[in-house]
Design a protein around this ligand. Structure first.
Ligand SMILES: NC(=O)c1ccc[n+]([C@@H]2O[C@H](COP(=O)([O-])OP(=O)(O)OC[C@H]3O[C@@H](n4cnc5c(N)ncnc54)[C@H](OP(=O)(O)O)[C@@H]3O)[C@@H](O)[C@H]2O)c1
Length: 318
């Protein structure tokens, strides 16, 4: 099969589109013929910074397609089913093996491209709001990194919970689309003093919760937070996270970390993705696809992801 492989971490042109052996389907896995790959923010960061294995690594968390084989321990999946999958890598390929427990049957009526973009971005956002922030109607949430794949999901899910939603992003071109999805206030992190704006918008009280997908913004997130509020740190899109957190003790604030890959050990977390796929099928949740690329143009796709103000997700098609 053909796949995108990198042999050293670095810029997008470390990716090679080459022939590699088809993955073997493990006893607890499904093997799918990939039809759509969601290019996740983490895929770009991993290619840039994560050391590959000695034989090279096929990057990528999230891909959807049709099952062609199931492992001997797998009872509840069968060849021919359309599924969305997560694995720690391997999405950027014509075939990918993934744990069967991390595969979700795509409901009838939902297209494979939309489905590919649900398990990581919407799954992470939904779990952050429910299990970490316990976001309630009437509360105010700040999302750091609001225009990316996870941010677009979090805006919709927070609005559905009845929250007031503020989000940081750069530039104004994407703001109208995000207002359509439920964003109340867009804050331009390149132009505005985010802490001052948030304090004004909350009558100097601070927001109830922050979903921080940027990481380098962690101190700012606490400066925007009310006493007793919670920041969930779920990403590092802005680079490494270094923060002086002494003030959170005086303010009875909470910092909560979230890694979705570990949460997927939890059956309730896995089941939440079925609900999100159903909501996407029903048109309650919207996946914004910024652009599609052929998988063979993977270098261009990763470059586009890094150099542009992407709205939502980029899709690769094998
Ligand atoms: N915890 C988990 O298990 C989990 C799951 C999924 C994703 N993640 C992580 O979450 C992060 C976001 O993922 P994603 O897929 O949404 O990424 P993405 O689609 O690439 O979006 C990243 C966003 O970060 C924004 N950004 C960068 N620097 C910023 C800054 N200084 N202030 C505010 N925003 C800034 C960009 O904003 P502009 O375009 O507006 O400049 C962009 O919209 C990544 O680090 C990813 O690895 C973690």
């Amino acid at each position: 099969m053909r796949a995108a492989v990198y042999f050293q971490a670095g810029k997008p042109d470390v990716l090679r589109y080459i022939d590699v052996p088809q993955p073997v389907c493990g006893a607890d896995e499904v093997l799918i013929k990939v039809e759509a790959i969601a290019l996740e923010g983490g895929d770009v960061i991993n290619r840039a910074t994560a050391a590959p294995s000695s034989r090279g690594t096929i990057p990528g968390y999230s891909a959807a397609g049709t099952i062609v084989a199931v492992g001997k321990n797998v009872q509840n999946r069968q060849p021919g089913q359309r599924v969305a999958t997560i694995a720690l890598n391997g999405s950027h390929a014509q075939y990918r093996a993934a744990p069967a427990a991390w595969s979700w049957v795509i409901p009838d009526g939902l297209d494979v491209v939309t489905a590919a973009a649900i398990p990581v971005s919407f799954g992470t956002a939904a779990w952050a709001l429910s299990s970490r922030l316990h976001l309630q109607a009437g509360e105010t949430l700040l999302i750091q990194g609001g225009a990316g794949g996870v941010g677009v999901a979090a805006i919709q899910l927070a609005k559905a919970r009845g929250a007031r939603v503020l989000a940081t992003l750069s530039g104004s071109a994407r703001v109208a689309k995000l207002h359509e999805l439920g964003l109340d206030v867009a804050l331009d992190y390149r132009q505005q003093d985010i802490v001052a704006e948030v304090q004004t918008l909350t009558q100097q009280r601070g927001v109830d919760s922050v979903l921080d997908l940027v990481g380098s913004t962690l101190e700012l997130s606490f400066a925007c937070l009310r006493e007793g509020g919670t920041v969930v740190l779920a990403g590092n899109a802005g680079g490494s996270t270094r923060a002086d957190l002494a003030a959170l003790q005086q303010a009875n604030q909470t910092l909560s970390g979230l890694f979705w890959g570990r949460e997927l050990a939890n059956e309730q977390a896995r089941a939440s993705v079925d609900g999100l796929l159903a909501q996407a099928r029903d048109g309650v949740l919207r996946v914004l696809i910024d652009r599609e690329f052929a998988l063979q143009d993977v270098v261009e796709a990763h470059r586009y992801a890094e150099e542009n103000r992407v709205l939502g997700r980029i899709i690769l098609r094998p």
